[in-house]
Design a protein around this ligand. Structure first.
Ligand code: SF4
Length: 247
């Protein structure tokens, strides 16, 4: 289905304002893009708090990329054990660093700054295991580019609200791309993840206390409004902690 860009952009601007205020979102300084890439691999299939512990362990054990690339997969696996799927992630991190070193001996990704978002995505997704969301996160958190990575939370919310009608996060990424108001990518990305954990949850969304209830087109919103009208919006570090904001 074709997205009405003007209508979607206006809704997304409103949502960005709401979530920025609600979660007190501030843009962080840009992190090292390779750290973002590694952290995103570590975040697969686990929560952000555990992947952050795994990331910190990894950085303590291997403070520079050279030593990490030269480490055995077994050593990397031990350092990231707390994040789950350690064997698979260790292998992926090592393969990524070795391939990157062949391209650029000092592991420097700063050349991506001068490329367009499309070119950056094309380069990053050429690495095994790096998908559209990960590539988008590297460009957003590592370079502050105008790109809006879509994870499962964001995909679910944008479909419920009626901004897109898509089947996968990657489809949503393409469908909504031109509707992201300029300068709001960071707030929308981080804000919607927090919003998806605290309010528009996968199960039992808190429609009864939702600040964007009026503009939402979810067909079950009245049912969930009634069901959740006496609940409070949950707060807590586990709900608001986003790994890539802490790298
Ligand atoms: S009204 Fe309900 S479904 Fe719609 S955005 Fe809010 S919590 Fe999500």
């Amino acid at each position: 289905m074709k997205v009405d860009e003007a209508k979607s952009m206006s809704k997304l601007r409103k949502i960005a304002e709401v979530v920025t205020k609600l979660f007190k979102i501030e843009k962080r300084n840009q992190a090292n893009p390779l750290d973002i890439l590694i952290a995103t691999i570590l975040s697969q299939n686990t929560n952000d708090l555990n992947s952050h512990r795994a990331f910190k362990n990894l950085k303590e054990r291997f403070p520079d990329f050279e030593s990490l690339a030269d480490a055995s997969s077994r050593e990397i696996e031990k350092a990231i054990k707390i994040g789950g799927l350690a064997r698979q992630k260790a292998k992926r991190i090592k393969e990524l660093l070795i391939k990157l070193r062949e391209i650029n001996s000092d592991f420097d990704l700063s050349f991506l700054k001068g490329l367009s978002v499309e070119e950056g995505i094309k380069f990053l997704t050429s690495f095994k295991g790096v998908g559209l969301k990960t590539a988008g996160c590297v460009l957003l958190f590592g370079f502050g580019k105008e790109v809006f990575p879509v994870d499962t939370h964001i995909h679910r919310i944008l479909n419920r609200i009626g901004i897109v009608k898509t089947k996968t996060p990657d489809e949503t990424f393409h469908a909504v791309r031109k509707s992201i108001p300029s300068g709001f990518s960071y707030q929308l990305h981080t804000g919607l993840i927090k919003f998806g954990r605290a309010i528009c949850r996968a199960r039992d969304p808190l429609c009864g206390v939702c600040p964007i209830y009026k503009i939402c087109e979810f067909e079950m919103k009245d049912f969930y409004k009634e069901k959740t009208k006496n609940l409070k919006i949950a707060k807590g570090s586990d709900l608001e902690f986003i790994l890539l904001e802490e790298v």
